[in-house]
Design a protein around this ligand. Sequence first.
Ligand SMILES: [Zn+2]
Length: 335
Amino acid sequence: MTELHDTLLTFDTHIDIPWPDQADAWSLHTDRKVDVRKCDQGKLRSVCLAAYIPQGPRDEAGHEEAWHRVQAMLKVINALGGHQDGLSANVCRTAEDVRSAFQSGALAIVPAIENGHALGGVPSRIGQLAAEYGVRYLTLTHNGHNALADAAIPRKDLNDSPELHGGLSELGRETIREMNRHGVLVDVSHTAKSTMMQASELSTTPVFASHSCVRSLCDHPRNLDDEQLDRLKETDGLIQITAMGSFLRKGGGGTVEDLARHVAYVAERVGVRHVGVSSDFDGGGGIPGWQDATETPAVTQALLKAGFSPEELTAIWGGNMLRLMEKAEQASISA
Ligand SMILES: [Zn+2]
């Protein structure tokens, strides 16, 4: 089993970086769930590292702060590439970059942004961040509505009503058009269902949920219901089942077996082509069986036990995400 795991291009599509960053991702021992050595040990080959921007006030000061923070975080993520003690990490901008990193034995790092609040209300900035820092996806919201869209979980402390825009705002629509133009994938994790359904209609490239689970198995507002899964199938999108105990099992306590169960549910309902895996490590993720990057082989083991074939594992573990990245790249070239 471990032998099979070692051959797979394992791709975890949502990992946070601790902030403020300690610049220790290459150190021998870190408190991080994900660092270069832990990825090597667990044969986790490719990671989306997210510059996470907490939702703040939707005013000028709040927008300025978010815009500064996202650039600082993306600089740190971009600086993680390098070589040390026989290990390598490459910051990757394309699916092809990820594949060549894998071939050469380097960890592939794909920059992403969690929360469209980062753009400070200026949609064209996503093009700038894609060009300067190689950002490959943007999660439209975090918890709390922002200027672009409604979130699945409103923030009472920010005076959120249940709904703000009824899905996407005009600014949100403009942002998605800019994202399509620059090959940045639309991430609908954290968004309200209305936002997700509208985004999947508007976006010319398939939308995906970088870290969410299945609502009919665990009724949590962060999870996608069957209608949303069906929409992902219709639009060739993707859901990346995540290692968050409270999304996997009602009341919490989900394990790596539950994660495999959620993957199997999606595969059965809409097909293996539309499901993958993410950890949300260093952002709250981590479950018995998959507590940090060193334990990644346990995910492969749980998926094998759930009945997936080696070919299906290739798709679930990264093939599907790479296909989506390629689609976004092609759309941006022809835009
Ligand atoms: Zn998140």
